[in-house]
Design a protein around this ligand. Sequence first.
Ligand code: PBG
Ligand code: ZN
Length: 324
Amino acid sequence: MIQPTRRLRRLRNTPALRDLMRETRLHLDDLIYPIFIEEELDKKMPIAAMPGVDRHPEASFERELDAARAAGIKSVILFGVSRHKDPTGSDAWAEKGLVYRMVAKAKKHAPDMTIMADICFCEYTDHGHCGVLHEDGHVHNDLTLENLAKQSVTACRAGVDVLAPSAMMDGMVAAMREAVDAAGFAHVPILSYSSKFASGLYGPFREASGVRLNGDRKTYQADPANARAALLESALDEAEGADALMVKPGLFYLDVIQRLRAQTLLPIGAYQVSGEYAMIKFAAKAGAIDEKTVVLEALTAFKRAGADFVLTYFAKDVKGYLGL
Ligand code: PBG
Ligand code: ZN
């Protein structure tokens, strides 16, 4: 009989031995839970493309903070669903606009939690783009920078713990850093969506966030074919003062996470986006895959690739999945 010279199976003999030999560990501390908050909504509204995820009324979204906390989650990122949209998304920086109100409310209700705010305009503009439209139909980079700066200061005044800019404008981190520092918020970190791709996987998010977009975001988000360009975006954000970086989406871009890990000493996040969530949910509902197994496998893959933390709509489920 042939005798293998190396028997890797020896270290897989028992569950305890496999636990001992595990290289990558997923922990509840690694997770950030996204919450959609809609103004003037009476009761929570299910999102058809994301079974298990709801839009929460501004008046009662604290319950979702409590649910996250009960599930062992300490960090959330808030997305506002605006009913006051205009061409520039001005409600996002209004003194008592939705961004201000939801951050202030979250901070007041859950001072122990890390409250992050997505800093962008697509949920606040009537055209659904992530900034100010120029007459050529493209998003005007530098005018949008001014508004990102204003939105950031508004979020800081409301008490935000982390600013998370997702607009993919050139120079956005520098513009925000300068503005919030000048306003007295030098201590507030910026987690930049630094390597964000123009992905088809954001489809369910558009339903979740009430965005009706004509066209696409290909003039500002990175081409899915371009890893180098996306890595350069992260390098520039780092040079502009970003405190942490992010790759988005997650699973299709593990190579980018791995290469970014080799490129930077900053913390890296991975965003398991709405389409990734939907693919797992619907495949599990159809009986094709086991949800718990696949969720844990995907989240572990982000960490194995080099991510320090993960934004995921599955965050509240992980405690149970880990048997905690
Ligand atoms: C807005 C934003 C998007 C997501 C996070 N922030 C949508 C987009 O860029 O079109 C996507 C999140 C998801 O799909 O879960 N800039
Ligand atoms: Zn946007």
